[in-house]
Design a protein around this ligand. Structure first.
Ligand code: AMP
Length: 545
């Protein structure tokens, strides 16, 4: 028997419509590309998003067409998120940090009809435009008098387009499983793969982000989404903030320690989210300048494993609670979050820290299991580790335009991560499956070793890769960046420190000091590049230093 409840589609336009109706005066504050402060209300954002939808309609954009953005986190990009998806077109957020060949590949693969860009990326697009086969025009997000002198084909001005529209527009209603947005994962090998989200998956994901067991958002808070809107959907915050009516601060292009520190203080931010690289820069800046961030209550860190030293600095020095989160582009992206259980805050801090370095419990909507080589589920004892599999209504089923599903026959998606799950439900990533170090039939977690190394006072960043060993198969090579490169550094002291942190057979066979560790377009350590850089070692050229 079917139920007697109303059955309306879940559409992302409803989120902004709701915010404009229920929190009309709540503010959205941005640092623009030009560095100025811009402030307006949800009501104004809603109005301008409708003007954008009308402008796109006049340009011939129809339901199901793909419109791309190449932009920082600002109010105009926020309007694109709602204007494009709200009218039934598909928002494709492009990561400008991808290589040129990857960028032209994804624009052509997505069949982008228009690209809406910040001024910053106009030179990049000028170089790429001849290869972009489907793009009918480029809309530059600036005022008419700021338009660049560049020669992009059919270059249009965002503000001129909006000014020509009344905004007298009703968001269309359609099937909630319609495509809403598209984001490509930036794998380190092969072509990027697209994940096509639906309106339904995005709205359901927003409920999970808002929930107290998720990021716990509400209208009393000021939220600063530092994680870019072009990377894994800014972790769902663009939609979730509108759902909860939060005051939003959008940081624009400047994500260095000094800019983020002053933004947090100037705008009295309560809650923010970013990858560890951003937080390293902020913590280093506060260390050297003596500045603090006393208004900040809590911070979400994810995208890469969070070193214990980083959690400790935030919590013990600056009084900011850290919630580690794990997710993937393929999961919209939220999968798990590490929030304390009852009584956890009363434990000795070292014990709390041992829990906080884990990636946390699955949020409702994401089912998780770990499996061994025979695909059988492994126990949740915190020791057994295996491939992490997930399924749920905001997990990818098939990559964009792929013929084969991305899941097994029971709907499980293999995340490519290796993890343990403990008896309290906390999942902990030990590695990407291709990065794990197989030594003498046992596995060494490169993440654990990296985290241990950055606990040493001289080390700013660490990466571990496996190198060939004739007896053990692979042994760890530790590559480090020093905090103060001009200071003398003693490898033996690091080795001795590590002996107190990890099992003896985990200790690296060699330590290399470099000035910089390469990163991918999403800020993760680029282990493929490191393996190339240290190819001789990896293949067994020279084992010990
Ligand atoms: P992306 O799709 O770019 O967000 O990358 C997803 C991948 O980032 C995951 O499969 C993990 O390997 C990694 N990742 C995300 N969050 C964490 C975390 N908290 N700890 C360790 N790895 C993470």
């Amino acid at each position: 028997m079917l139920a007697d409840m109303q059955n309306g589609p879940l559409l992302v336009s409803h989120l902004l419509e709701h915010a404009a109706r229920v929190y009309p005066q709540q503010r959205i504050i941005s640092r623009t590309v030009q560095g100025e402060r811009h402030e307006y209300t949800y009501q104004q954002a809603h109005q301008r998003s409708k003007q954008l939808a009308m402008a796109l309609q006049d340009l011939g954009v129809r339901r199901g067409d793909v419109v791309a953005t190449l932009a920082w986190n600002t109010y105009r990009h926020f309007e694109c998120w709602y204007g494009i998806s709200g009218m039934g077109a598909i928002l494709h957020t492009i990561n400008p940090r991808l290589f040129a060949e990857q960028l032209s590949y994804i624009v052509n693969h997505a069949a982008d009809s228009y690209i809406i860009t910040d001024l910053t990326f106009v030179p990049l697009l000028e170089a790429l435009a001849p290869q972009l086969k489907t793009v009918k025009g480029y809309i530059v997000m600036c005022a008419a008098d700021e338009m660049p002198g560049a020669k992009l084909p059919n270059m249009l001005c965002y503000e001129t387009l909006l000014a020509a529209q009344s905004g007298d527009y009703n968001w269309p209603e359609f099937e909630e499983n319609s495509a809403c947005s598209l984001c490509y994962t930036s794998g380190t090998t092969g072509n990027p793969k697209g994940v096509l989200y639906s309106h339904r998956s995005s709205v359901l994901h927003s409920f999970a982000v808002c929930a107290r067991s998720g990021m716990g958002l509400d209208a009393s808070e000021t939220v600063l989404p530092i994680v870019p809107m072009f990377h894994a959907n800014a972790w769902g915050l663009v939609y979730a903030c509108a759902m909860a009516g939060c005051r939003i601060v959008l940081p624009g292009p400047h994500l260095d320690g000094a800019s983020i520190c002053s933004l947090i203080n100037d705008e009295q931010v309560d809650f923010t989210a970013a990858v560890p690289t951003v937080w390293s820069m902020l913590l280093a800046y506060m260390e050297s300048s003596g500045k603090r961030i006393d208004c900040l209550q809590s911070v979400i860190i994810g995208g890469s494993a969070v070193p214990a030293a980083m959690i400790e600095s935030f919590e013990q020095k600056y009084g900011v609670e850290v919630w580690q989160a794990w997710g993937m582009t393929e999961l919209s992206p939220l999968g798990s979050i590490n929030k304390p259980l009852r009584g956890q805050r009363d434990l000795p801090y070292a014990e709390q820290l041992a829990i906080k370095v884990k990636q946390g419990r699955a949020v409702f909507g994401v089912e998780m299991k770990i499996v061994g080589p025979d695909n059988r589920a492994l126990p949740h004892d915190g020791k057994a580790f295996g491939r992490l599999m997930v399924r749920g209504p905001w997990v990818v089923e098939r990559y964009f335009r792929a013929t084969e599903p991305a899941t097994d026959c029971d709907g499980w998606f293999d995340t490519g991560d290796v993890a343990t799950i403990d008896a309290l439900g906390n999942m902990q990533i030990t590695d990407r499956s291709k990065d794990v170090i197989k030594s003498g039939g046992e596995w060494i977690s490169s993440i654990d070793l990296e985290n241990a190394a950055v606990g040493h006072t001289d080390i700013r960043e660490a990466a571990v890769i496996g190198m060939y060993h004739p007896k053990w198969d692979e042994r760890p090579l530790l590559i480090v960046v020093l905090r103060e490169p001009q200071k003398p550094f003693n490898k033996a002291s690091l080795q001795a420190y590590l002996e107190t942190k990890v099992a003896k057979w985990w200790l690296p066979d060699a330590i290399e000091v470099v000035t910089e560790i390469p990163h991918t377009a999403t800020g993760k350590i680029n282990k493929v590049a490191l393996r190339e850089q240290f190819a001789e070692r990896v293949k067994g050229g020279q084992l010990i230093t």
